[in-house]
Design a protein around this ligand. Structure first.
Ligand SMILES: Nc1ncnc2c1ncn2[C@@H]1O[C@H](COP(=O)(O)OP(=O)(O)O)[C@@H](O)[C@H]1O
Ligand SMILES: [Mg+2]
Length: 242
């Protein structure tokens, strides 16, 4: 049971306000897409949940097995310890470390350390390419492989809630489709709740149970379900490349 509830969130950088009373919910076991083009506040919202930015108003609540945790008062480390992992924009791997070493670093929270072998096995099964390249330095891999590693590293922490910031960025179209498919797979096999930021609307809606469209830091549309999202005019216009 892992659920994320964001209410009236206000956040920004110094005097620059970016998020304006954003409310969003991610139900247990679901995949929610946070859709928006560049600069609309997707990463800012993800960073707030991960504790990297302190919002100035609103609330972020993580419901886990009956407990209600207020994330705003927690440090990024405490947030990781609750079972929340982020795949950050730009991946943020350790380029000089190997695939395996990067994965190990993802497993530092206590609950994850006890399950390292099982997690590694899961990651290598999900992304066989990483198993082949376990000794290779992360920085020498292709963009697609690095994105696989970034997702796998986050999974090493055995998260209950996974935040994925633009998994499609910089990938060739065929790799985007594969990555999105893998995210759908891991959601099912690991029963992890997922909030995924994307500007690739038509790929994201393939796996999303619900979605939001964020425009200039405000939620412009909140869908009831997957169909409702696919039928939205803004989503449709991106489909057609408008
Ligand atoms: N570190 C930062 N310092 C100042 N402004 C920032 C910073 N990061 C993002 N912004 C600004 O916040 C707004 C939203 O950015 P961001 O959350 O990265 O959007 P998205 O992820 O949707 O592309 C943009 O106007 C961007 O310029
Ligand atoms: Mg971003």
């Amino acid at each position: 049971m892992a659920e994320l509830i964001i209410k009236d969130l206000v956040a920004g950088y110094g005097n620059v306000s970016v998020l304006h009373e954003v409310s969003l919910e991610v139900a247990d076991g679901s995949i929610v897409a946070l859709l928006g083009t560049n600069g609309n506040g997707k990463s800012t919202l993800m960073r707030c949940v991960a504790g990297l930015i302190k919002p100035t108003a609103g609330s972020i609540t993580f419901k886990d097995e009956g407990a209600e945790i207020d994330l705003i008062s927690d440090s990024p480390k405490q947030i990781v310890d609750h079972g929340i992992a982020m795949v950050p924009e730009g991946r943020r791997l350790f380029p000089l470390l190997t695939v395996e070493q990067n994965l190990m670093l993802g497993a530092y929270r206590k609950a994850a350390r006890e399950r390292i072998d099982e997690s590694i096995e899961f990651c290598f099964e999900l992304f066989p390419r990483l198993a082949e390249r376990r000794e290779q330095k992360a920085g020498s891999m292709s963009g697609g492989e690095q994105q696989m590693l970034a997702v796998a590293r986050a999974m090493m922490s055995v998260p209950k809630l996974l935040l994925i910031d633009e998994p499609s960025v910089g990938l060739a179209p065929i790799l985007v489709a594969q990555m999105i498919e893998k995210i759908g797979e891991l959601s099912e096999s690991r029963n992890v709740t997922i909030l995924m930021a994307e500007q690739n609307f038509n790929q994201a809606i393939k796996i999303a149970d619900r979605g939001y469209i964020i425009v200039h830091g405000e939620i412009a549309f909140a869908s009831k379900d997957a169909q409702d999202l696919a039928d939205n005019d803004m989503v449709k216009s991106y489909y057609l490349g408008a």
